[in-house]
Design a protein around this ligand. Sequence first.
Ligand SMILES: Cc1ncc(COP(=O)(O)O)c(C=O)c1O
Length: 418
Amino acid sequence: MTEREALELDAADPLPTRRAEFRVPPFPGAPGEAAYFAGNSLGLQPTALRARIGAELDDWARLGVEGHRHARRPWLPYHELLREPAAALVGARPAEVVVMNSLTVNLHLMMVSFYRPTPDRHAIVIEDSAFPSDSYAVRSQAAFHGFDPDEAVVRLAPADVPGYLRARGDRVALVLLGAVNYLTGELLDLDAITGAGRAAGAVVGWDLAHAAGNVPLRLHETGADWAAWCSYKYLNAGPGSLAGVFVHERHLADRSLPKFAGWWSTDPRTRFQMAPTVTPVDTADSWQVSNPPILAMAPVLVSLEMFGQTGMDALRAKSIRLTGYLESLLDAALAGRPACVITPRDPARRGAQLSVRVSGRDVGPVSRRLREEFGVYTDTRRPDVIRMAPAPLYNTFHDCWRAAVALGAVLADGVLGG
Ligand SMILES: Cc1ncc(COP(=O)(O)O)c(C=O)c1O
């Protein structure tokens, strides 16, 4: 593995990097920028963003309340600008998606409608390594409905989910899994699990936090009942940025579903008649509650435009090339060390992220040294996992080379506790 080889791969790749369109954190050393592998946690800032947020601030300054109708991108229907690109990103029909709130809030709003437990059927299946927020959310939902969370929430290894659904599916009300696992980077078989859940009579929801903008999705075809995702990871829309929701078309006109309503749930054509009751719309918009934060939507729009320009298929193809290259370099760098890649080896069973388990050690100091001494940003899940995700919009083969060399060097000098 040579630096030259990595540079040649960059020069020859059919999809040129868009790195220059991002603010990459500085690193005082060649090439002067960090090798940023934490896009699975917080993606980088698009350079276009400052001007786009500035435009909304200017319109607000110039127009005040009139901006709702007369801003360059009028604020009242602003969220509609996001509908088609968000739908394209997750393989949905436009009516099936809406951008709103944060991810866990959306999980709850979805469960208001889609977790309808009965005494006989009230279990919620999640993965054994579910992200804690999902675990807390489903436990609180079970408790809210009067069930004991320890009994109602069933934590399973993803491979065991279909078998459990076949054997015990009659007690399962909801299956909620992360499409790409946050810890291991494993990409689940959405078709198979969705099919098994629905065949068992359960509702199937997906947490796409680590999948949206990472792998191509076909939510509508998959037949999932609902899904939710955030946009601060691969979608680069900024810390805590707005989330998205998918509700399958077959549910959109179902007026019997319970929903928590607000003035953004009602039909926009009559919203300002200020009626005391909601006039329903048969789109995912009817799960909206509040009027959307425009300053937070502008980054999502910028992000979706960038994904639309390059296209998920081209990004995925490059992602497979980058992650495969990083994997081969890590395998070489980690040979003989107490560390190995725990992410599935088959590119079809993972997205961009590779997780490295450093056995029996605290990875915090390793990650800190990678960043401070080598300018390589990774993130950790204590006690022993380092996560690295080459994001195909801005990571390069050269970044991968830097990361593997740095990790090899840090593990080689043995100062793991330092
Ligand atoms: C899989 C998964 N679910 C849920 C969350 C929580 O997201 P939020 O804080 O936006 O609600 C995260 C955050 O990283 C996540 O990775």
